[in-house]
Design a protein around this ligand. Structure first.
Ligand code: HAM
Length: 435
């Protein structure tokens, strides 16, 4: 009987060291930029009670849940997004947490989606959220962070765009044209560009809209400038929602992010909990799925049974981001790199271990906080083999523990980057590394 080789589950990834190196580069950059904007990191469990998601997140995400009943008969779901967990954390400590606060997290998420380009069943998502303020400057802070992050990854302004819309504005417009229950209409509007004009019109007819209302809505969602929107809306609420967007854009403009944002009323977002500004980040030409998406959710904590605490934030997935960076040749080399490889002509393993440890220890006292990576053979082997290994591991300098040209306290060493041979003490070797 043949045994079947185990298979990778659909929509998941293995991270061999080369892939994990790229992953860590993304995580490091996310974390560095989030911290530079003074967001604090938090985490939560990877699974929650199913009821945290049902009904609160929007139908699409609920249909994508990975859920099961555990041995204690509890209905459990793997987290498909972080926002409900964040809301739970906020509700639990609503009194103690000094508001407003800015938090970030980089959760592993699970969605039972059709696996395709840009969409997997298991992925990572940077979440940045601001809790406890209704100020539009919270949106400005988040968008400044997104633009800074994408620039840090090496993308240029114009290669990405944050498209901004407003559920408040849409709601007032729906009211103005007398459309029925916006909660039923949003999911259709969210799919407008994905499903094509005919299916869009049919879905809206099914949601109870007349042909005239559909036409008006379609024209409204195609507005490209504030002026066009101003001409289309009448109510005071609508102009208040519009003023907010104007102030947001002016603020971002003054901080040097004017080129990174634009009005895009075709953005609605699928999740049910958004109440104000909504936004999505796309590559130029929208050739890929969204890099990130988010918005304001001022009543989520209340819907979950807590006090009303406003929030706004976004999620940026690792999958589309990595695809985009790969396309622009912006990912670092996935190859291993090692500072020192400690070699021995006489297979003096004790000396090898002792010297390796000396370099590791010296790095912990180095002033600039460098952390030397030090490797060496794990079994006695010929020098040729040791050098092969050093090259394969991307070593910069090979230190020979028993070269006969070295005096006491010194080593022969070879810089593999230019092939030069040297003799010197540990300080000289470190100096060569940094040359
Ligand atoms: P979302 O639009 O569902 O929002 O996801 C945000 C981003 O996560 C997407 O733009 C995409 O980059 C990534 N993403 C989503 N699903 C997948 C998938 N199946 N595979 C790969 N990447 C994916 C939310 O999740 C909100 N909770 C974001 C948020 C935070 N809103 C406020 N705070």
């Amino acid at each position: 009987m043949s045994i079947q080789i185990p298979q990778l589950p659909k929509g998941t990834r293995d991270f061999y060291p080369e892939a994990e190196r790229i992953q860590n580069y993304i995580f490091d950059t996310w974390r560095k930029v989030a911290e530079s904007f003074a967001y604090e990191e938090y985490e939560g469990p990877m699974f929650e009670h199913l009821e945290l998601y049902t009904g609160k997140s929007g139908d699409e995400i609920v249909s994508q849940l990975y859920n099961f009943v555990d041995k204690g008969d509890r209905a459990i779901a793997l987290r498909p997004e972080m926002t409900p967990t964040l809301a739970r954390l906020v509700i639990q400590k609503a009194r103690e947490l000094k508001k407003p606060f800015k938090w970030f997290s980089m959760p592993r998420l699970f969605r039972y989606e059709k696996a395709q380009k840009g969409r997997l069943r298991e992925f990572f998502q940077l979440n940045m959220d601001i809790i406890g303020t209704e100020s539009i400057y919270a949106e400005a802070d988040l968008m400044a962070a997104i633009a800074t992050m994408l620039r840090k990854f090496g993308l240029k302004d114009g290669e990405f765009a944050i498209g901004v819309s407003s559920r408040k504005l849409l709601a007032t417009y729906l009211e103005e044209i007398g459309a029925p229950n916006p909660a039923l209409v949003y999911p259709v509007l969210d799919r407008r560009l994905k499903i094509g004009p005919e299916a869009f019109a049919k879905a809206l007819t099914d949601a109870g809209l007349s042909d005239e209302q559909i036409q008006k809505l379609d024209a409204f969602m195609s507005c490209k400038s504030i002026e066009e929107v101003k001409a289309a809306v009448k109510s005071e609420n609508a102009s208040a929602a519009l003023d907010e967007i104007v102030e947001l854009f002016a603020t971002l403009q003054s901080a040097g992010f004017g080129e990174c944002v634009n009005l895009d009323l075709s953005i609605v977002r699928g999740l049910a909990y958004y109440t104000g500004i909504v936004f999505e980040v796309f590559d130029k030409g929208k050739s890929m799925r969204a890099i990130a998406g988010g918005g304001r959710y001022d009543s989520l904590t209340e819907k979950l049974g807590g006090d009303r605490i406003p929030g706004v934030g976004f999620g940026m997935g690792d999958v589309v981001l990595a695809d985009l960076l790969r396309e622009h040749n912006l990912l670092p080399s996935p190859k291993q790199s090692v500072d020192f490889y400690i070699a021995s002509f006489t297979n003096d393993m004790k000396k090898v271990f002792e010297t390796a440890q000396m370099f590791r220890a010296s790095s912990s006292t180095a002033e600039n906080g460098t952390n030397f990576t030090v490797s060496h053979p794990l079994a006695p082997m010929k020098m040729g083999k040791q050098l092969d290994q050093a090259n394969y591991q991307g070593a910069k300098i090979v230190v020979y523990v028993d070269g006969d040209k070295a005096q006491a306290g010194e080593f022969e060493f070879k810089d593999l980057r230019d092939g030069t041979m040297h003799v010197g003490n540990a300080d000289a070797i470190v100096k060569q590394l940094n040359s």
